[in-house]
Design a protein around this ligand. Structure first.
Ligand code: DOR
Ligand code: ZN
Length: 360
């Protein structure tokens, strides 16, 4: 079986900073990716729209230039969202939107994930000038939807977790306070988040889903402590994975789209634990296809194409790619990416998972 598809867009990925950026971008280009939304949780964070880099911050303009020079110049689209910090102002939003440099902002729960320490709690943003300015200007809010500051059973238990708490407690108030704000619920993992997205106005609320959350559950993570599968939000339970698979398989759905959260870490295991992030550069469309086929489902090509190639551009308001790429249903193996900062192990290799598809 061969799929002939428009080139796709990864609407949530990490290209980092430093010498390996070009290697990460190349791995994306090699898998038929025509463009990306590159996350701003770099060091330093991308917390201004324009201007020169300083020790404490990068601008969207400056970081985009770094990415383009490293190879992202071939992309049809490159979106870098603004990292919302305590320094973010309504004026920055208004100016940025007017100049065209600002298309999205990123909410990080403070201390909730990699390089998220500059984030501002959602409760402090709701109803405030920054979100109001975004709403006015049509700037999209990308949300890492986990309640910050939770521990133990409140953070992760069978009946509740930081994500279900966030979608239950914080999201309704956000929608109500900002009725025109457009939102992407990123890397959703729970049946509660799926239900929230499906219950919301599709023109306003979209969501990205990663390959790992379609393929794995927490049992896969803890059996042997498979740190290559450790990412945030953590993989959940079978009912959650089923809710994701079901939502993506609905013909004609427009709300869910690809955002891999591919997160290269050259040092995955550190002295104080494990860096969060699954690297899926080079193999994301293959893994997504496997997610669509999981549980004995036949691949619904229409639903797959909508999820991978067209829903994302339509939500963000840019054209679907006119270029095409092909995937063939042939077994293969993922390979480690050699980068300027060392080897980065892609998720399937770390998990001993063979690929059922290859890019041709
Ligand atoms: O697993 C994750 N890795 N989740 C995030 O939210 C951030 C990302 C990273 O930057 O490594
Ligand atoms: Zn991410």
């Amino acid at each position: 079986m061969i799929l002939d598809l428009p080139k796709w867009f990864d609407l949530h990925t990490h290209f980092r900073q430093g010498e390996a950026v070009g290697d990460y971008v190349r791995a994306h280009v090699a898998m038929g990716c025509a463009g990306a939304l590159a996350m701003p949780n770099t060091r330093p964070p991308v917390s201004r729209v324009s201007g020169d880099a300083t020790e404490d911050s990068w601008s969207i303009e400056g970081y985009s230039e770094v990415l383009r020079e490293a190879g992202a110049g071939v992309f049809e689209e490159l979106i870098v969202p603004l990292y919302i910090t305590r320094g973010t102002t309504a004026e920055m939003i208004v100016e940025g939107a007017r100049s065209g440099g600002l298309r999205a902002c990123k909410y990080y729960p403070p201390h909730g994930t990699t390089n998220s320490e500059h984030g501002v709690p959602m409760a402090e943003l709701v109803g405030g000038p920054v979100l109001k300015a975004m709403e006015e200007a049509g700037v999209i809010l990308c949300i890492h939807g986990e309640q910050h500051g939770l521990a133990g059973a409140a953070y992760f238990d069978s009946g509740r977790n930081a994500e279900s708490a966030f979608y239950g407690d914080a999201m309704p108030g956000l929608l109500e306070a900002h009725p025109r704000l457009r939102i992407v619920c990123e890397h959703i993992t729970t049946k509660e988040a799926v239900a929230f997205v499906r219950g919301a106005d599709g023109a306003r609320v979209g969501a990205t889903v990663t390959p790992q959350h379609l393929l794995y559950t927490v049992g896969d993570l803890i059996q042997g402590l498979k740190y290559h599968l450790y990412c945030l939000p953590v993989v959940k339970f079978d009912a959650d994975r089923e809710a994701l698979r079901e939502a993506l398989g609905v013909r004609g759905q427009r709300q869910f789209f690809a955002g891999t959260d591919s997160a290269p870490h050259s040092a995955k295991v550190t002295e104080c634990g494990c860096a969060a992030g699954c690297f899926t550069g080079g193999c994301a469309p293959q893994l997504y296809a496997m997610g669509f086929e999981a549980g004995g489902r036949a691949l619904d090509v229409g639903a797959f194409e909508a999820f991978l190639c067209t829903n994302g551009p339509e939500f963000y308001g840019f054209p679907v790619s006119a270029e095409r790429f092909q995937m063939e249903r042939v077994a293969g193996e993922a390979v480690a990416l050699n980068t300027a900062v060392g080897e980065v192990v892609p998720l399937p290799l770390g998990m001993g998972l063979s690929l059922d598809w290859r890019i041709i």
